[in-house]
Design a protein around this ligand. Structure first.
Ligand SMILES: [Zn+2]
Length: 132
């Protein structure tokens, strides 16, 4: 957890926002849903939703990806941006969307049971079947 002030925008720039407050360390998620929507494993930080201020969200679209969660993406450029567990006060944000330097750090690999077979995990970070 780090207190940061970051700016982010999607590939086309039609979804942009600022985040403040505590940012969770980045978790690499290997679940099947992340693989399908990101085209590879996903890297998410997380903030309190009230610490996220949109500058522009005219092409932001939500997809209900399961009974308990939805995913936000840019319907113009296709960027996968958000993962949100319904009924919570936090929102997960794709780490790659932030302007550098992010000062974020990756802390673990999660949902290892969903990992595909075409890549190896070579980092020394903890690995979890699901969550820690
Ligand atoms: Zn876009």
């Amino acid at each position: 957890m780090k207190k940061l002030s970051l700016k982010a925008k999607c590939l086309c720039g039609n979804v942009s926002f600022k985040t403040t407050g505590y940012h969770r360390d980045v978790q690499n998620c290997h679940c099947i849903q992340c693989l399908k929507t990101h085209g590879n494993f996903a890297a998410y930080t997380k903030v309190e939703e009230k610490e996220l201020k949109f500058l522009n969200k005219k092409t932001l679209k939500w997809f209900k990806s399961s009974k308990r969660a939805k995913r936000g993406f840019c319907k113009n450029c296709g960027a996968s941006i958000f993962f949100k567990v319904l009924g919570t006060d936090q929102i997960c944000i794709s780490a790659g969307i932030f302007n550098k330097p992010t000062k974020l750090k990756t802390s673990m690999n999660i949902f290892m049971k969903g990992k595909s077979d075409y890549y190896k995990i070579t980092d020394k970070l903890p690995k979890y079947k699901k969550y820690p």
